[in-house]
Design a protein around this ligand. Structure first.
Ligand code: GDP
Length: 306
């Protein structure tokens, strides 16, 4: 998304809210100013408890030990800051591939994830961001299984002042809603169509079939620009298992890590990126419309160590 370069006022405003317990523990370890005095076990533990993951923790610690060999007087906080930013891959493209407002480049953004992770809320927050940035947007409420989901989406749509295409009955065919939404978005020349999907995981086969069908139907009318997977930051590593199922069902292009505000497991950002090979593009920092910020590794780490 062109206007969503990191360090917008939005991410500045929310800076620090994502630190959670992760940052506190890490700051405790970094109370000793010199890298030479760091307790490596404590550092490892702080990273592991925050769900940075074993592999990434090893990589960070090894890099820090190397650094120490070269520079006995290295500043601990600065060295850890640099390694955390490095492992978060600051060069990754975290913008949405949706062109510019009004450029006629129709884009569809599909939001997927298990029920309860914050998917519908994310759709609402994204709608708000898009409208703020001058895009015309529409929402397709293709989560037709949960009775409240379409109502919830309708409320978010009304708040953002954009149209919501929904089924006229619960349990309707999600692909039919997706189809109708994509037709309407095409006919109205809408810049971005956001599609909310259902996330039942009881049956992997069903989920994959259904998602596949929705994506096929959508791609007929307009290109699918992004498939965003929403994960719940408070569940840490468990989210990764879910993520793999969705990755099999769809080509995920980006991750939204919701509920990072209430999580001591912010380190899971590192793991999901490494495991899925796609960048975290946004983080959710609360339940309100403005609580979605573009993910910026430098600001994230700075918030942790502030
Ligand atoms: P869905 O079933 O995946 O669509 O999940 P919902 O969007 O309905 O969200 C489930 C709950 O999580 C709701 O109570 C939301 O208000 C809450 N929620 C969603 N995103 C966030 C977030 O970033 N932070 C916090 N604290 N709560 C969130």
């Amino acid at each position: 998304m062109s206007a969503h370069r990191p360090s917008t006022p939005r991410s500045d405003r929310l800076r620090g809210r994502w630190a959670g317990g992760f940052g506190r523990k890490l700051l405790g370890v970094l109370a000793r100013p010199a890298l030479a005095d760091i307790d490596w076990e404590e550092l490892e533990e702080a990273l592991l408890v925050a769900d940075v993951g074993v592999e990434a923790t090893d990589t960070i610690v090894a890099a820090l030990r190397e650094r120490l060999k070269r520079d006995r007087a290295a500043d601990a906080k600065e060295a850890v800051r640099e390694e955390l930013v490095r492992i978060l891959d600051p060069s990754a493209d975290r913008t949405l591939a949706i062109g510019s407002p009004g450029d006629g480049e129709a884009a569809t953004v599909v939001v997927v994830g298990v029920n309860g992770v914050g998917k519908t809320t994310t759709v609402g927050k994204l709608a708000r961001l898009l409208v703020e940035d001058g895009y015309s947007a529409m929402i397709g409420a293709a989560d037709t299984f949960r009775a409240a989901a379409a109502d919830q989406v309708a409320t978010w749509g009304a708040r953002a002042g954009i149209a919501v295409v929904r089924s006229d009955r619960d349990g309707g065919d999600p692909a039919a809603v997706a189809f109708e939404a994509s037709q309407r978005a095409r006919d109205t020349g809408t810049d971005v169509l956001l599609v909310d999907t259902a996330g039942r995981l009881q049956n992997k086969r069903d989920l994959m079939d259904e998602l596949g069908k929705i994506l096929r139907v959508l791609s007929r009318a307009r290109p699918i620009a992004e498939v965003l997977l929403v994960l719940d930051a408070t569940t840490g590593q468990n989210g990764l298992k879910q993520a793999r199922v969705f990755q099999e069902a769809a080509s995920i292009t980006g991750i939204v890590l919701a509920k990072l505000d209430g999580s001591a497991k912010g380190g899971v950002v590192v793991q999901v990126q490494r495991e899925l090979g796609v960048p975290v593009k946004f983080v959710g920092l609360g339940e309100k419309a403005d609580d979605l910020v573009p993910f910026d590794p430098e600001a994230f780490v700075e918030g942790l160590l502030a």
